[in-house]
Design a protein around this ligand. Sequence first.
Ligand SMILES: [Zn+2]
Length: 458
Amino acid sequence: MRYVLIMALVLTCTTPAFAQTPEEWFAEAGMHFKKGEYPEAISLYDQILEEIPNNFDALEKKGIAYSNVGRHPDSLEQFFTILQYRPDDVTALTGMGLGFGNLGEYQEALSYFEKAYELDPNSTTVRNYKEFAEKVITKYPYIPTPKPTDSKVYSATIPDWARGTASAWLDGAINDSEFGSALEYLLVQGVVQVSALDDPGTLESVRDGAAVWAKGAGDAELVPLIHHLINTENIQYVVTKTSEDVKRETDLFKKYVREVTRAVDKEKRYIEYPNPSEDVIKKFLRDYKKWNFEEEVAKAATGFPDPVFSIIDEVMVIYYTVYVNEQPSGLPLDHKSTLEESLAYWEEQRFNIRDREARFEFIVTEKKYEANVWITWVVRDIGEGVLGHAHIGKGAVEVALGDYNCDGAFQLYDISSVKHVMTHEIGHSIGLKHVDDASNIMYPSFTPSFAYCLMQIS
Ligand SMILES: [Zn+2]
């Protein structure tokens, strides 16, 4: 009897009632993320990382969550860890740039954005951030915070036979790529550990280092040569880092971030945030009353005057008078020019109305009462998955500038998405209905892209 009892006890102890797998933690964290509940998401990612250290997905999301709550040094640490293992991870590189941009260290930010852009030139998000950094550097010149250095950055233990190979290479007995292959072997075997690709230097300078090394000097002499060959001979290599290497580099990086924060505070350096989305929504909500959206949109289309038309050379020209509302403040781009493109699009189209060729012309007015169409940009939530509204034929047009669906924070859409939605809604306001052809601007569904959201980089 006693034995059975103990067994039962052991069983209850080893099978917790609410055991969860990392997959379930991911799902739960994702739900918190979507709702903007970042601290809850972060603690779940911590649990995952305890179970699976260096899980890149968890590190990346944790980095984004920290960024969204304004904890930039913590955010940087996550992305830095990813880059230790995956130096070409575009999201981590962009996250690094964003973190340094938020701290006010724009040149460091730009170096990461540039690398991300090189790897993914088609990403609008990466391009927007890169352009931001370039602009802000010319606007607010400053002296970059120096980086702390580590004398032990490169560690290398190279077997003695390689010294003979190096001598042969120096004597011209073997060529660059043969010597490269020998080094590649060492790299792939994990014998040589290359911690970071630095300036490879000229072949002459590395040759001198190799000569010193071949005569018996310390292995560190050979490291610049290895870097040089990696860059010039296109050697495929495996970076094998020990956890001590990573820890040492991470500590050094954290020191640098602390120094950046201190320097920026001390200089009272002006900080312009790379992602303007949060600022836009804050100002918008503060001034919400002034916009009167509910009232404006609720106004029936019948309350608007009808457009007029005239027949010119047998063609019916329909004139739409348009009132353009003020844009929300803090936007990094002026949507008035994209509106002009949307209006021009419709002016170029030809229609057939009552067996007659017809076209549209738009006239912008400052007088609200005489307008057939009111155009406005909003950052308010106009409904789940709703990008814009318009009355048919005349009335109000409202176009969303962003939403909360990327990473749980408000994120602005990119220019081409806003323009697409605007053109579609103006189509309604001149009387067009939806069509089934997905390539037509009047097709009812559209997936917008975000201008600055890290979560959509892949
Ligand atoms: Zn529509």
